[in-house]
Ligand binder design. Structure first.
Ligand code: PLP
Length: 390
């Protein structure tokens, strides 16, 4: 059986057009009945019908598989479509899933609202606490899902430790690596079985593509791809082509973004004062970050392009700082070449009460910054001025 999704390709000199073609065809014609049958049964190489995969998606999948050091990758219409296919393509009624408390709100909504309707049991746990993980895994779990770095605190989940605990009990470990794509972090190198990305973020990088991708081993990807073919959540040719273009600059963008983020975080760190107005700054690349030793092991490529600050005065003060940004956009999402700021209490964690946010370490005065490619001095001036630290 041929694999319909992308696998890393050996490097070869480019021949023919330097840029890939955009192929929008949904269907392909064959010479005779035997060829049609062979392609439909995936016994022959080549395309058949676009929902089963197509050239532009496959090129992006090959790129991600290589980036992650994976056997292959499967691309989806969004990050949530990818996560849905992982959870529902690999687990079913009667299975128990351990989903970290520190997880993207969309994944948590899917886990709480939908999976139980299809007979799956979901247990939540604190991904930063090994005892909580062990308790969650004790009852016979099929899949375990964590996200690192954690949004918006930028704490790090120890992947090697989590993977060891999972593999001892034959549990498949799924990591949402959206906040730190390679070359920053390669989750599979640290024991993850599958890594999922919202490609809408850094992999797309230009705030103009909605997409998702999962990378890992064939034993899982075959089922995930088959689920994608059945449910139809394939990445369409146009966004796949745009992602191919983003892929060409991915490493350069990420390197420049995270270097600017570290510069900003270090400058802000020097202005932290328990009396205000800046109470805290978090960036995994800071030498005094609470998870600094783990960062060096797990994120050898750097600390990422996100910086979270906490200002004195809670949400009202954070809203005032937020409204004063002149260069940094006030917008949800992250990972684009344009810097943006978001208020976790109003966006990703709005569904939680202030007490629930506090339990996750999310202060009411927190603002999350995603650093883009604007001149770093301009961004730093903007943040300092907005906080009142000129
Ligand atoms: N995972 C993380 C960490 C995210 O931040 C997001 C979206 O914000 C998703 C998954 C879902 O991705 P998408 O919006 O592409 O469906």
């Amino acid at each position: 059986m041929l694999r319909p999704y992308g696998t890393p390709r050996p490097h070869a000199a480019r021949l023919g057009p330097l840029a890939p073609d955009l192929r929008r065809a949904t269907s392909h014609a064959f010479t005779d009945a035997a060829a049609l049958r062979a392609h439909g049964a995936r016994e022959a190489h080549g395309e058949f019908y676009a929902r089963y995969g197509h050239a532009n998606a496959r090129a992006f999948e090959c790129f991600v598989a290589e980036l992650e050091g994976a056997e292959g990758a499967v691309a989806f219409a969004s990050g949530m479509a990818a996560m849905h296919a992982v959870l529902c393509g690999l687990a079913g009624a009667g299975d128990r899933l351990a989903i970290a408390r520190q997880i993207y709100g969309g994944t948590s909504n899917l886990a709480r609202r939908d999976l139980p309707r299809f007979g799956m049991e979901v247990v939540d746990f604190d991904a930063l606490d090994p005892a909580s993980l062990a308790a969650a895994l004790a009852g016979g779990v099929r899949l375990c899902v964590v996200e690192t770095p954690v949004n918006p605190t930028l704490r790090l989940v120890d992947l090697a430790r989590t993977a060891a605990a999972c593999h001892e009990r034959d549990v498949t470990l799924v990591v949402d690596g959206t906040f730190a794509p390679p070359p920053i972090q390669r989750a599979l190198d640290h024991g993850a079985d599958l890594v999922v990305h919202s490609a809408t973020k850094f992999l797309g990088g230009h705030s103009d593509v909605l997409a998702g991708v999962v990378a890992g081993r064939h034993e899982h990807l075959t089922a995930i791809e088959a689920f994608r073919a059945r449910t139809g959540a394939v990445l369409a040719p146009d966004p796949a082509w745009l992602l191919g273009r983003s892929a060409e600059t991915h490493s350069l963008r990420v390197a420049a973004q995270q270097s600017a983020a570290l510069t900003i975080a270090q400058a802000l760190r020097a202005r932290v004062d328990p009396r205000g107005p800046l109470l805290a700054v978090s960036h995994p690349g800071l030498a005094d970050h609470v998870d600094a030793p783990l960062r060096l092991r797990q994120m050898p490529g750097g600390g990422g392009a996100l910086v979270t600050i906490e200002v004195d005065g809670g949400l009202p003060a954070a809203m005032q700082v937020f409204d004063r940004f002149a260069c940094i956009a006030r917008a949800p999402s992250l990972g684009g070449v344009e810097s943006n700021a978001s208020l976790p209490a109003h966006t990703t964690h709005a569904a939680l009460s202030a007490a629930e946010r506090r339990a996750l370490g999310i202060g009411e005065g927190m603002i999350r910054l995603s650093i883009g490619l604007e001149p770093v001095e301009r961004l730093l001036d903007d943040v300092m001025r907005a906080i009142g630290l000129e």
